[in-house]
Write a new protein. Structure first.
Length: 319
């Protein structure tokens, strides 16, 4: 450990109400970089309003000096490969720094959509049928083993980056080529008709489920971060038992993946009110459009307090 780094011991952990030195990590090299920068600014501003000393850093694989800045706790506001796949988490673990979010093992598992689906399916959680395509599969196959429509998306990206809904046979291979060409592996997943329901978790407490209804088709990157007409509904007409099942199943997914502090679990609810797991986000967005802050605010947790709770959870884990 370099002299610029600090190691916290249990008896040195700052207590409640103490001013903290917090490093907020943002940016990164992934396709979600712009979202991460916005999340990082929002988190840094919130923690400054809470009275903490905050160092906001645009971090990347070739620029990791921020990890050596003395800090009581680190808040990675990173999305996608490098920041959310266990890479940064391993670097923080090697330095003995407490940080918000799952450890490196859980982060790596959750970032791989196919591996996560395999683990959860083995535990009896419903998830749409899927195939993984890579360059080799493209060379020897021309069609999916699933009936159309299907969703084609990168195995290891978030925010619906590189995602396409394929309804016609002629559109399938072009969609897979784009995903494989840009991200090496594509998840081809059976399309489930219904409503998307998302459940945030803070600590081990599920937040109220939110039904996401984009005005124009699929809930893609534009609908998530640029459109202002996507509906986020806490009262979407679901029976209470569906909402309670969504919360209970989300907490089970959280535990099976090995998460801590926070996550967001996305589901589809079909016409028979059956819940289908889509993915888990271990470092969900913290922008004005982001769903975990919306759900927390709905139960009386303002954004600044939410950020405060998360850094305190990270310190408790370290202690």
């Amino acid at each position: 450990m370099s002299s610029a780094q600090t190691e916290l011991h249990p008896d040195a952990t700052p207590g409640p109400g103490r001013r903290l030195r917090v490093t907020v990590l943002a940016g990164g090299p992934s396709a979600e970089r712009a979202v991460s920068l916005e999340s990082g600014r929002a988190v840094a501003d919130a923690l400054r309003r809470r009275g903490h000393e905050v160092f906001l850093s645009d971090i990347g694989p070739e620029q990791t000096s921020a990890l050596d800045v003395p800090a009581d706790v680190v808040f990675p506001a990173l999305h996608g490969p490098f920041g959310e796949d266990g890479t940064v988490q391993r670097m923080l673990e090697e330095r003995g720094l407490p940080y918000v979010g799952p450890d490196s093992r859980a982060s790596a598992l959750a970032m791989d959509k196919a591996a996560t689906k395999q683990v959860l399916a083995a535990a009896g959680i419903d998830t749409p049928a899927y195939e993984v395509w890579d360059a080799e599969a493209l060379a020897r196959r021309a069609r999916p083993g699933l009936d159309l429509p299907v969703i084609v998306k990168p195995v290891d990206q978030g925010s619906s980056v590189g995602t396409a809904v394929v309804t016609e046979p002629a559109a399938f291979l072009p969609a897979v080529r784009v995903a494989v060409g840009n991200f090496s592996r594509a998840l081809v997943e059976q399309f489930i008709r219904g409503d998307e329901l998302t459940v945030g978790i803070v600590g081990r407490q599920p937040l109220p489920p939110i039904c996401v209804r984009p005005r124009r088709g699929f809930y893609d990157y534009t609908a998530k971060y640029e459109a202002d007409d996507t509906e986020y509904l806490f009262d979407a007409g679901f029976p209470n038992d569906v909402l309670e099942r969504a919360k209970a199943l989300s907490l089970r997914v959280f535990d099976l993946v090995g998460c801590r502090h926070l996550s967001r679990v996305d589901w589809m609810v079909d016409g028979g009110q059956r819940l289908w797991f889509l993915e888990i986000n271990t470092l969900p967005g913290f922008t004005s459009h982001s769903l975990v802050p919306k759900a927390a605010a709905h139960v009386g947790i303002p954004f600044d307090e939410l950020c405060e709770r998360l850094v305190r959870l990270a310190l408790e884990t370290r202690a």
